[in-house]
Structure formats: C-alpha cells, structure tokens
Design a protein around this ligand. Structure first.
Ligand SMILES: [Zn+2]
Length: 159
C-alpha cells in the first residue's frame, strides 16, 4: 500500500478529486441524522464513521461505488452466513484471494474492481461449499434469501 492508497482507504482523501473531505452530519444526505460522515460534495462521495468516533469506515464512495459495495456485501455476507464459514475466516480467505493486507481487507475500503472481485469469488466459493452440503434446509435458506432480494416473502415449507 502506498501512502496515498492508505489515505484514500481511510477516508482522508477523496479518491475522485484527491481533495480532503469534510466531516459533517449525514442529515445533509439522508434528511435525517445517522451520525457523521466524511463528504466530498462536488464528487457526491461519502463514507460513514465508526460509532462515537471520527474514524472513517473506509473510502469515500460515489453512487456507482456505493452500488458495487452493496453487491459485494450481499454475496460476501451470504458466503459466511449460508456457507457455514465464520466471518473472520471468510475475511482472511478474502484477503488471501485478493492479495490485500488483512487490515485493509474490508469492503468499505475497496474500489469498484475489488468489489466486483469480491462479488464473483464469493459467489463461486459459496457454490462450491454448497455442493458438499446441499441439505434441504440450506436450499430453503438460499431460496428465502433470493426471494427477499426481489421483494418476495421468505420461502416456507408447504405442509
Ligand atoms: Zn472529491
């Protein structure tokens, strides 16, 4: 990691314009306060902070990156929740797969390319894990998860 990359991953510089973001209340984005954020207004890029601190959760994200972060999280969280891995095992596996330092292996710190990599490798890993454990209960969990994503209620077993 270069010094510049570290500053970007920790929310100290905007990755799009290179300027320093402003610490401000999230109400200016959401209309309601969800705590503080680092904001670069001209780039429409922001990131939240850890609770009761001014430490950013990761890199500032514009609308496109926010979308990719969400997708990466959906797949990666499904991997450890449905795939039967612990969260920390899943993160150290991800770190090895992406070749990123463990301290910088957080979706909130990733750029678009790393989010896409996370999405695809988590998807493949989950498929492989499930091939060895395709119990009906697992299948129900997966179907519920997919139905929820398209706005349908969870899958329930018919009596
Ligand atoms: Zn900017």
């Amino acid at each position: 990691m270069t010094e510049l990359e570290t500053l970007i991953c920790t929310g100290k510089l905007c990755p799009y314009c290179g300027k320093e973001p402003v610490l401000t209340d999230s109400a200016c984005i959401y209309g309601k306060s969800y705590g503080m954020i680092y904001l670069c207004k001209p780039c429409d890029a922001y990131v939240g902070v850890h609770r009761n601190s001014t430490v950013a959760l990761g890199r500032l994200a514009n609308a496109d990156l926010r979308k990719h972060k969400k997708l990466a999280h959906e797949k990666f969280d499904a991997l450890w929740k449905i795939g039967g891995m612990s969260r920390s095992d899943a993160y150290s596996w991800l770190s090895k797969m992406l070749g990123t330092e463990p301290d910088f292996t957080h979706i909130g710190m990733f750029d678009k390319e790393k989010c896409l990599d996370t999405f695809f490798i988590s998807e493949v890993k989950l498929e492989l894990l499930l091939k060895n454990n395709t119990s009906d209960e697992k299948i129900r969990t997966i179907i519920s998860d997919r139905r929820e994503r398209i706005g349908l209620r969870g899958f329930t077993q018919r009596d």
